[in-house]
Ligand binder design. Structure first.
Ligand SMILES: NC(=O)c1ccc[n+]([C@@H]2O[C@H](COP(=O)([O-])OP(=O)(O)OC[C@H]3O[C@@H](n4cnc5c(N)ncnc54)[C@H](OP(=O)(O)O)[C@@H]3O)[C@@H](O)[C@H]2O)c1
Length: 297
């Protein structure tokens, strides 16, 4: 049986999108990219602008699966009121516009990026599963609105929301930012250092999305390989870079002064279970933080 599908990836130009598109093509799928700035027609890039409600009329023709990764970077700017609104609207507006555009097509499956920070912060010995309620902090509210927009696709097709943990890759995202001070011998754990950080390598995440496409896994999915504390991650980075860690932890109030409410991304953690995706037969390649960081750094 031919398992090849026509997949369009909105936000396929981004950090995760690039690796995901390569993975999907390697698995034999026909991949298109939806972007506000198409530069390469041969790579099947199609133009859209969700804010202006514009989309190339051919973009969704014969598409089986839509993967939507778009959204302004959560940790790119301080969380002012207008930034908070942008973080939400840059996720909900494109999703609802895609639904409008997909209504007259034959889409079978809508897969949306989502965030693991949706259960509220560290509760001792609590490993969150997908059926747990949303928390009442800002990031949880972003995820709730994001997933509500994604779930509107249930009117026309299957829906999956991939609750992504911190993505580890040396190409960008969190890891180079955490590793930079350690390289300069100025690394230190943050706050208490005991906050939990769920993580996944970018290659495992791309394989996980491809697994969801192939096996049509539905509903919310916690996408993490493992969880380590901030101190364990900082130590593992120092060991793989062969640098000493000698400074005391960076006090929480310093981070709060520098970053405002956004400091919660660094200071608050949570634990989550990956049993649901493993139960569908998915296996992670990278599960040990020290071995993973040795490989990446
Ligand atoms: N990286 C992580 O550690 C991580 C962790 C948890 C969740 N996530 C989520 O996973 C998704 C992808 O992450 P990423 O790291 O690959 O992000 P990224 O590198 O910033 O890429 C996101 C892409 O979305 C598009 N985009 C951004 N803002 C948009 C807007 N207002 N309207 C329309 N398109 C917009 C851009 O594509 P064009 O400019 O080509 O249009 C961009 O290339 C994001 O939603 C992110 O929140 C990421």
């Amino acid at each position: 049986m031919n398992m090849s599908k026509n997949v369009i990836v909105a936000g396929g130009t981004g950090l995760i999108g690039k690796v995901l598109c390569e993975q999907l093509r390697a698995e034999g799928h026909h991949v298109r990219i939806l972007t506000r700035k198409p530069t390469n027609i041969e790579k099947q890039q199609y133009h859209w602008d969700p804010k202006k409600k514009e989309i190339d009329p051919l973009a969704l023709v014969a598409v089986d699966v839509i993967i939507n990764l778009v959204g302004e970077g959560i940790a790119d700017e301080r969380w002012t009121q207008s930034r908070k609104e942008k973080l939400i609207s840059s996720r909900t507006v494109p999703a609802l516009f895609l639904l409008e555009a997909a209504k007259n097509q034959n889409v079978q499956h809508y897969i949306s990026a989502s965030g693991i920070n949706c259960y509220g912060y560290d509760q001792p010995n609590r490993e969150h599963v997908e059926t747990d309620p949303y928390g009442d902090d800002f990031l949880s509210s972003v995820v709730e609105k994001w997933e509500t927009a994604a779930n509107a696709f249930q009117a026309i097709c299957k829906v999956t929301t991939v609750r992504i943990a911190v993505v580890l890759t040396k190409e960008g995202g969190a890891l180079p930012k955490i590793a930079a001070p350690v390289k300069w011998r100025l690394g230190a754990a943050l706050g208490s250092g005991k906050q939990h950080m769920p993580w996944i390598t970018i290659t495992d995440l791309a394989r996980l999305f491809a697994h969801v496409v192939k096996h049509e896994v539905e509903g919310p999915i916690n996408a993490l390989a493992n969880t380590n504390t901030n101190k364990e991650v900082t130590k593992a980075i120092a060991q793989s870079l062969q640098k000493p860690l000698w400074l005391p932890n960076v006090p929480a109030f310093v981070l709060k002064l520098a970053l405002g409410e956004m400091a919660s991304v660094l200071l608050d953690g949570l634990q989550a279970s990956n049993a649901k995706i493993k139960g569908t037969g998915f296996q992670f390649d990278d599960e040990d933080i020290a071995a993973t960081l040795n490989k990446l750094l």
